[in-house]
Design a protein around this ligand. Structure first.
Ligand code: AMP
Ligand code: MG
Length: 517
């Protein structure tokens, strides 16, 4: 079969859509754009046509399809006991990227709903889908036009990648407007709830209609025992060939710093970047980037929410096509639909890089000498060795009996300055329960500090050891405690520094081995 690509950018849309519309009506498969993604369309009334969709996509049979209609005129034929909220929401948001789960009638073949007693219905807001649905004048199932598990199609070329010469028609109207699938709203549960996040959020719904809906929540599938929520949520989705790793800057580390450090960890691999253009403009000047084979695909820094969602699938596909091994994709906090798709694109065998962040906490008495020195030495060492480590260490220090905000002692500052480390801006912190709870590794200076903390946190005593114990320097008795240089000469501080430095080197080896699995 030869696929005919119908381009509607020029010419009379209604005229151009005549042939695809009658093919659709007859039971043939037609891919077409909606405002969200491209759909792989089939006449929902013809069982064999719907079956064809499952086969083409390789879609699990228990994952129901969304039925697309031009408007609500014939909704009562497909759904019954329609709640009042539907009509209110329809007025506010339709046509638009909102799918309703309603009780189904017997009109549609079982296969559409995968045996559920409900049906998903939506009214796409896009000129081609509107015209095509009107011309075909039948309900149309249209899951995203991609092979199951792959990134969804947001351009006609993506549909061709997956289905060239396997379907008779692709209607091409350029890139889709939104780029992520519709919000799926369950109107059959006691309180309406979002089963899949999309551009329309629970807040939008409340603000525009006053209707309270439960926002999307990850655990929904498992917690609702009454009936399965949205079967499609359990499947692998949106995944390119390359491994996807989320990267995110915060107030401590810029996105650029994070990218550079992940880049170092994947030194032998070809890297793809999906980040905002402003960060790229800074990054491209870095020597580390210049030396590496990096393929970038950018989204707008001015409108990251809309733009990242718009480009995500295209980026994943393009970077795959460029043959990258790893894709670093920027997290955009607050962009709910985008983050949901990105999380799922990352959810492969290997955990996202965030899970590889571990915290190490150094504890001494005053947090002005030993522990800030240890933390700074660890940081310097980590900086040097990060490349070889699969873990990013966050380093903290605190004192058992101190006050917040004291500076490091003068000698501590000066002996570290001798080796190029600056702790002049250090401010002491009193140890808190929260710090203890959050740390993965706690290293005390002395055995009595260790005993105190272990007594305080008996269930987690394994993560609390003296620095010497972590470093496996247990033989010689003198190595066990790092004693307090407070109020002593600079020479004593220098000795303390040397002792800490040696201990931290072996601690680094030990904890990276321990935490690497
Ligand atoms: P897709 O068409 O690939 O974007 O997927 C449609 C989504 O809607 C999947 O996550 C389905 O599980 C979900 N869906 C379709 N019909 C129902 C239904 N009757 N009840 C709950 N979820 C549904
Ligand atoms: Mg899909």
């Amino acid at each position: 079969m030869k696929t005919e690509v119908v381009r509607v950018s020029t010419g009379n849309v209604a005229e151009l859509l005549q042939a695809p519309a009658s093919a659709l009506r007859r039971g043939e498969i037609v891919a077409f754009p909606t405002e969200t993604v491209y759909g792989l369309g089939a006449n929902a009334l013809i069982e064999a046509a719907v079956q064809q969709i499952f086969l083409l996509k390789g879609r699990p049979q228990d994952n129901p399809l969304i039925v697309h209609l031009a408007d609500k005129t014939k909704i009562e034929q497909l759904a019954k006991n329609i709640p009042q909220e539907f009509y209110q929401l329809y007025e506010a948001f339709c046509p638009g990227p909102l799918t309703f789960i309603l009780e189904k009638t017997d009109l549609l073949p079982e296969i559409v709903s995968a045996g559920l007693s409900t049906v998903a219905i939506r009214f796409p807001d896009q000129r081609v889908s509107q015209e095509l649905l009107r011309l075909a004048d039948v309900p149309v199932v249209a899951p995203s036009a991609n092979i199951s598990g792959r990134p969804s199609a947001t351009r006609a070329s993506h549909v061709l990648d997956d289905f060239e010469d396997k379907i008779p028609f692709i209607v091409d109207d350029g890139a889709t407007e939104l780029g992520v699938e519709s919000t799926v709203l369950d109107l059959c549960s006691q309180v309406p709830r979002i089963l899949r996040p999309g551009v329309i959020t629970a807040d939008d719904i409340r603000v525009r209609t006053g209707i309270e809906v439960l926002p999307f929540s990850e655990g929904l599938n498992e917690t609702d025992l009454r009936r399965p929520a949205s079967p499609g949520l359990k499947y692998r989705h949106y995944s390119p060939e390359a491994k996807v790793i989320q990267v995110c800057g915060d107030h401590e580390k810029s996105l650029e710093t994070v990218v550079l450090s992940v880049l170092k960890q994947h030194s032998n691999q070809k890297l793809g970047l999906f980040i905002n253009e402003e960060s790229w403009n800074k990054l491209r000047l870095e020597a580390d980037i210049g030396e590496r084979e990096v393929v970038e695909y950018l989204f707008s820094a001015e409108n990251p929410h809309g733009s990242a969602a718009h480009e995500l699938y295209a980026a994943l596909r393009a970077l795959d096509a460029a043959g990258v091994d790893v894709i670093l994709a920027e997290a955009v906090p607050g962009a709910e639909a985008y983050m949901n798709r990105l999380d799922r694109a990352c959810a492969s065998e290997s955990p996202p890089v965030q899970e590889q962040v571990k915290k190490i906490l150094f504890v001494c008495t005053g947090n002005t000498c030993r522990s800030p020195m240890a933390a700074a030495l660890f940081n310097a060492y980590a900086e040097e060795k990060q490349q070889a480590s699969p873990i990013r260490w966050r380093v903290l220090s605190a004192g058992l009996h101190t006050m917040d905000g004291l500076a490091a002692s003068d000698h501590a500052v000066s002996v570290l300055r001798e080796i190029g480390i600056d702790i002049s801006r250090h401010k002491s912190a009193q140890l808190t329960e929260e710090m203890l709870a959050e740390a993965d590794i706690i290293a005390t200076m002395t055995r009595s500090q260790r005993d105190l903390l272990q007594a305080f946190l008996p269930e987690q005593e394994n993560k609390i050891k003296t620095l010497s114990e972590w470093a496996l320097e247990q033989e010689a008795d003198f190595a066990r405690d790092v004693s307090d240089p407070f109020a002593q000469s600079e020479a004593v501080y220098r000795e303390t520094r040397n002792q800490l430095q040696a201990l931290i080197e072996s601690l680094w080896q030990q904890i990276n081995l321990l935490h690497a699995e």
